[in-house]
Every structure is written in structure tokens, then in C-alpha cells.
Design a protein around this ligand. Structure first.
Ligand code: MG
Length: 159
């Protein structure tokens, strides 16, 4: 077994889409970033790289590179999953939390879980996505930022 942890933060801005786990949550106020700024997907991708001791998302996809500008973050996640499979592992389960003041994520949670499960190549009951607000304090609570944390457990594929 191997375990990995990942986290992420993005500033919120008007005129940006908010995308989480590949699902569009809002059209008019979202996360700023070089890619599509999908904080949840970035946290999970980093957790996979972490479990493999393969560095972080910035090592594999530099934000100085023009080709990753506005990139769909699932490109990063798909790459991490393919690296994991190459090394002979599969995901046991994922747990994650998104910290966002508004909008409420509850109506989107199952759609986000299903979206992630497809890319992670596991059943949806192995993908947990939780949501918290920032209680009106700090960067999350004042709607300045969105953050996400994720842990991934993987096991060696038996052959
Ligand atoms: Mg990020």
C-alpha cells in the first residue's frame, strides 16, 4: 500500500469559470490560475504523485509553460493515473475536502464524484468529496480563495 496527500489554493476572481473535479460549478466567478484552476483535481493529482514519491504537479506540468495555459486539469490527473498504472498500482480510495464559502457545493458533489471516478478508474463509492465553508474568516471565508485537500490510498496490483 502507498498513501499520498495533496492540497491546493487558488484566488477567486470574477469572469472566471469555477471548475471542480472537471464539473463546471459557476460561470461568472471562479478560480484564477495558469490552467483551468481546478483546485480539487490539482489536490488529487498531487496526492497521486505524492504516493508514488514522484514530486508534485509543478514538476510535471510547469506553470511557466505556455502549453498548459488554460489547460483542462484532467490532463494532469490522467497523466498521474497513467504513471501510477505504469508503476503497478491502482487506487483503493480517495478522500478530499473542498473549502469554499459560496456557492454551496452539496448539489454538485455526486456529479463531481462520478466525474473523478471515471478518470481514477474506480467505482464512485471509493471517491469521497466533502465541502466546507470558511465560516466568514480567512481567505476562504472572505471569498478571496478556494482551497482543497486530498488523500489517496493505492495498492500494488496483484499479478
Ligand atoms: Mg492549482
Amino acid at each position: 500500500m502507498r498513501i499520498g496527500f495533496g492540497n491546493d489554493i487558488h484566488r477567486l476572481a470574477t469572469g472566471r469559470k469555477l471548475i471542480l473535479g472537471g464539473v463546471v460549478i459557476a460561470e461568472d466567478r471562479g478560480a484564477e490560475g495558469h490552467s483551468d484552476a481546478d483546485a480539487l483535481t490539482h489536490a488529487i493529482t498531487d496526492a497521486i504523485f505524492g504516493a508514488l514519491a514522484e514530486g508534485d504537479i509543478g514538476k510535471h506540468f510547469s506553470d511557466g509553460e505556455e502549453r498548459w495555459k488554460n489547460a483542462e486539469s484532467f490532463v494532469f490527473l490522467r497523466y498521474a493515473v497513467s504513471l501510477m498504472k505504469e508503476k503497478g498500482y491502482e487506487i483503493e480510495n480517495v478522500d478530499s475536502t473542498v473549502n469554499l464559502e459560496t456557492p454551496k457545493l452539496r448539489p454538485f458533489i455526486d456529479q463531481i464524484r462520478e466525474s473523478l471516478a471515471v478518470v481514477l478508474e474506480i467505482s464512485v463509492d471509493r471517491v469521497s468529496v466533502k465541502a466546507k465553508t470558511g465560516e466568514k474568516v480567512g481567505p476562504v471565508g472572505t471569498q478571496a480563495a478556494i482551497t482543497a485537500e486530498a488523500v489517496v490510498l493505492m495498492r500494488e496490483v496483484s499479478r
